[in-house]
Design a protein around this ligand. Structure first.
Ligand code: GUN
Length: 300
């Protein structure tokens, strides 16, 4: 079997198109423009790239983008004060504090200062609890993107066996909650899981989010399974020249693609979906804040 490649880049472009259409209607019918505030503390190069890209795509779908760049040495009180201002600002519907934060800051304090209704990352403890209890929440962007791709490929997920490899708060745990909400039978596997290969081999849906380059090989995969690879790992690529590197996922793509029914590539799979879902969440937050109907197909 050769797996169908799930093109996240094309899917994300489609989602952004739907968001842009919805934003256009909000403007013309209600005079509303959704606004996303992104806060970056320090100058981590990877974070800089993400924040620039988020700003560009926010503007491209017709939303307002507010960028706040603070120096590495900013104290926690100053950042909390900025978040209080953004929470109060009616032009801001979504707030994202780019992680990681500098070491002197308490990440939980910061995340939980964001108004839960504007928490487009879905990291606030209230949203975590709402998701876990099956209530209306803001849902973390990467797992939301994975869910959209799975629903698009498989339709109704009810009754399917899903294994999530990885138990992070950002991906693994919320992914498991979303799959459970869609009535999958869910297993969370991690570094201490016994007979992990056999457990993965029983999965109709396998989501890899461990951050270990090419850990999951074809012999871990059930023939025909749908494989979602969230990992982004940079490994040496001497075949490309001295000192060169390349990006790979947590799944060994060539062997997995020979067994799976469908698989996301790295790059070009889940990655582009994350920002598309951030925009979808901002739109959702704007609709909820104004008592308007939520966009269909763009929420969990
Ligand atoms: N840094 C890396 N990924 C993320 C994310 O999804 N949200 C935030 N806020 N920071 C990140």
């Amino acid at each position: 079997m050769t797996a169908e490649i799930l093109d996240g880049k094309a899917f994300a472009a489609r989602i952004r198109g739907q968001v842009a259409d919805h934003v256009g209607r909000l403007k013309s019918a209600h005079g509303l423009t959704p606004g996303l505030a992104v806060v970056l503390v320090g100058s981590d190069p990877a974070s800089e790239v993400y924040v620039r890209s988020k700003g560009k795509m926010t503007r491209e779908v017709g939303m307002n983008s507010f960028e706040h760049r603070l120096p590495e040495t900013t104290d926690e009180k100053t950042l909390l004060g900025l978040l209080d201002d953004l929470n109060e600002d009616p032009a801001v519907h979504g707030i994202l504090v780019q992680l990681p934060l500098p070491g002197h800051m308490n990440e939980s304090n910061i995340i939980n200062r964001v108004d839960p209704a504007k928490d487009v990352d879905g990291f606030h403890i209230l949203n975590v609890g709402l998701l876990a209890t099956g209530q209306k929440a803001m849902v973390p962007c990467t797992p939301l993107g994975c869910l959209m791709m799975l629903r698009d490929r498989l339709g109704d997920l009810s009754g399917l066996d899903a294994v999530v490899v990885g138990r992070s708060n950002i991906v693994g745990k919320p992914m498991a909650q979303l799959l459970l909400r869609d009535s999958c039978t869910v297993t969370i596997a991690h570094s201490r899981t016994r007979e992990i290969e056999a457990k993965c081999r029983a999965a109709d849906i396998l989501v890899a989010a461990v951050g270990r380059a090419e850990l999951i090989t074809g012999d871990w995969i059930k023939p025909g399974a749908t494989v979602i690879d969230v990992g982004i790992n940079r490994i040496p690529a001497p075949e490309r020249g001295e000192g060169k590197t390349r990006l790979v996922g947590d799944v060994h793509f060539p062997s997995a693609a020979a067994v799976a029914g469908a698989i996301t590539p790295v790059p070009g799979g889940v990655g582009p979906m994350t920002i598309a879902c951030l925009l979808a969440n901002t739109l959702t937050a704007c609709c909820r804040a104004n008592g308007l109907k939520e966009p269909e197909g763009l929420t969990a």
